[in-house]
Design a protein around this ligand. Structure first.
Ligand code: SF4
Ligand code: SF4
Length: 144
């Protein structure tokens, strides 16, 4: 595998392995979002999908996530025009916008903990949706 594959290949041409390596493990995409019906503006919350292990920042059932959580973002099946649903730091969104991977990305740092150490992952601030009522979601809006 080309060690700088993300610089030399389009997202569409990446192998499954390359595609998965691109994910930094931040779990920001697993935070629940609210959308302003009029403006279409998206707001992230600190409330995470019930399937997220909020300490490890990993999905507890990644292979079956599509069946377990219909709202889960299956990024490889999304159109580029839908990437605004991803956080601005997401590697897939960054590359789709022609931007480089940041220094804290594990592919750049060589350290899978750098995404946590840089404060990018949801570790430390996310709470599971199991602990809140959906009516309270607006009270959990955050700036990412
Ligand atoms: S936001 Fe992007 S980089 Fe972060 S976990 Fe989700 S898919 Fe991976
Ligand atoms: S199903 Fe898994 S990958 Fe999808 S949003 Fe929930 S925790 Fe994240």
């Amino acid at each position: 595998m080309d060690k700088d594959f993300w610089q030399n290949k389009s997202l569409q041409k990446m192998s499954d392995k390359e595609w998965e390596l691109l994910c930094d493990g931040c779990a920001r995409c697993c935070l629940l979002k609210l959308e302003d019906e009029d403006s279409g503006e998206l707001f992230f919350t600190n409330v995470a999908c019930h399937l997220l292990d909020i300490v490890a920042c990993r999905c507890k059932d990644y292979p079956r996530r599509e069946n377990r959580v219909p709202e889960c973002l299956l990024i490889r099946q999304m159109k580029l025009s839908e990437y605004h649903w991803l956080p601005a730091t997401c590697a897939y969104r960054l590359l789709s916008e022609g931007k480089p991977l940041p220094a804290w990305h594990p592919l750049i740092s060589g350290d899978e903990n750098s995404v946590h150490n840089a404060g990018i992952s949801v570790d430390g601030f996310a709470m599971s949706e199991e602990h809140i009522h959906t009516d309270q979601l607006a009270q959990h809006i955050i700036e990412l």
